[in-house]
Design a protein around this ligand. Structure first.
Ligand SMILES: Cc1cc2nc3c(=O)[nH]c(=O)nc-3n(C[C@H](O)[C@H](O)[C@H](O)COP(=O)(O)OP(=O)(O)OC[C@H]3O[C@@H](n4cnc5c(N)ncnc54)[C@H](O)[C@@H]3O)c2cc1C
Length: 384
């Protein structure tokens, strides 16, 4: 693969789904890629997430971001097929629709309005009355008044995807440097030079910073290149339910329910601005359980099998930061906030195309330069 800068190697810092998807895409296009992570691949937010692929259900109001998310959703089946093919691992992908529930007339009116908007966008959907909602999701409480099913949305098992993507990368020739200590970027006044770790210096023509919520604090990152990302903690839990008890991903007031084929039901998620802190708290879990049991009281009988928390890479305008920085060859792929799993395929494509051609036109909406110095400084101070 020809690389826009001097034709050399590419280094990716961060082996979450974003860094791995980029590495896989680049390697499949013929680039020589190394991925560095201070921990094991895909064990941070990419492991903690619910894996929902839900741009419409999320009600993303930013039309440009919505278009990016729907483009990535459309790429998902082929992306997963490529990862399965290269890794030999299965990855659960279910896109049979998400059920948005209403438990009062105000919410039902909001769902009807949402349905009108979906119709204008040509998105397949269905409004269900109370009886049809209960027939589709018998686990819901009898007081449900209706629902909106958005077709084509669903979930990917993000933990399976992380494992498979790491294997697919290695099968495609990517070197993954796990548990890298003393990792730092090296730059001169004009451009990036490479990545240094305890294992030595690795020269690179392009370095992609994809370290999720930690992307602003990579040692050696020049201050003017630091993205204004901030951690947004999310707590979740899993219940063990009989297969089919909750048939499809379901949104209810205060919680979403995401079934997995292995019998887990994921219940998520809180959104907390508490810095780099990943504790599971009694209050967080209580809020999730209260909301889940209010929507589906029958869940009260099942065992809690797991609780966990992770840090979303928050962005001031909720758009990711993708592409060049003021140092030549130093690129960002971060700030995906609550849609990083959904956005992995399109992010990989955009970054790979930029690495190949150096043409930033397609990346304009995601440029670091959209933030003034004040926003970047404020983010740095907030992080300190
Ligand atoms: C509770 C919760 C629910 C979510 N639900 C969804 C959902 O349903 N759908 C969806 O699309 N998204 C969801 N998200 C968001 C999604 O998980 C993230 O946007 C996405 O995983 C970000 O991926 P990433 O690769 O950028 O970051 P991460 O997965 O956090 O990976 C960053 C990597 O960088 C590494 N790293 C950090 N610092 C360094 C360093 N100094 N040197 C080297 N490596 C470093 C870390 O070890 C880690 O491996 C959810 C997130 C949470 C927390």
């Amino acid at each position: 693969m020809t690389i826009a800068w001097q034709g050399g190697d590419v280094a990716v810092v961060g082996a979450g789904l974003i860094g791995l998807a980029i590495a896989f895409e680049l390697a499949e296009r013929g680039a020589h890629v190394r991925v560095f992570d201070r921990a094991e691949p895909a064990r941070a937010a990419s492991w903690a997430g619910a894996g929902m692929l839900a741009p419409y259900t999320e009600r993303i109001e930013d039309e440009v971001l919505l278009a990016l998310c729907t483009e990535s959703l459309a790429m998902y089946p082929q992306f997963v097929a490529r990862v399965r093919g290269a890794s030999g691992f299965d990855v659960e992908l279910a896109l049979e629709g998400i059920v948005n529930t209403a438990f009062d007339s105000a919410k039902l009116d909001a769902l009807r309005e949402h349905a009108r908007e979906l119709a204008q966008h040509g998105v397949a959907h269905e409004l269900l009355d109370r009886e049809a909602t209960l027939a589709a999701q018998p686990a819901l409480g009898r007081h449900v008044v209706g629902s909106l099913v958005v077709r084509g949305e669903g979930y990917v098992d993000n933990r399976q995807l992380g494992r498979a993507l790491a294997a697919a990368c290695e099968a495609a020739g990517v070197t993954i440097v796990r548990e890298a200590r003393d990792l730092a970027l090296e730059c001169d006044a004009r451009r990036v030079l490479g990545v240094r770790s305890e294992r030595g210096f690795c020269a690179a023509s392009a370095v992609v910073v994809a370290a999720g919520a930690w992307s602003a604090s990579i040692p050696g990152l020049p201050p003017e290149c630091a993205p204004p990302v901030a951690p947004v903690k999310g707590q979740m839990l899993a219940l063990a339910i009989p297969r089919g008890f909750v048939r499809r991903t379901t949104w209810a007031p205060g919680a979403y329910l995401v079934p997995r084929e292995d019998g887990r039901l994921l219940v998520g998620a809180t959104a907390e601005h508490v810095g780099f802190e990943e504790r599971v708290t009694a209050l967080g879990i209580r809020k999730l359980l209260d909301a889940a049991l209010a929507a589906a009281p029958a869940l009260g009988d099942f065992s809690i099998t797991e609780t966990w928390a992770g840090l979303r890479p928050g962005s001031p305008d909720e758009r990711p930061m993708l592409g060049p920085t003021p140092r030549e060859g130093l690129l960002l792929a971060t700030g995906h906030y609550r849609n990083g799993i959904l956005l992995a395929p399109v992010t990989a494509r955009l970054i790979a195309e930029y690495v190949a051609h150096g043409d930033a036109a397609a990346l304009a909406p995601w440029a670091l330069a959209r933030f003034g110095k004040e926003v970047r400084d404020a983010a740095r101070i907030g992080e300190a």
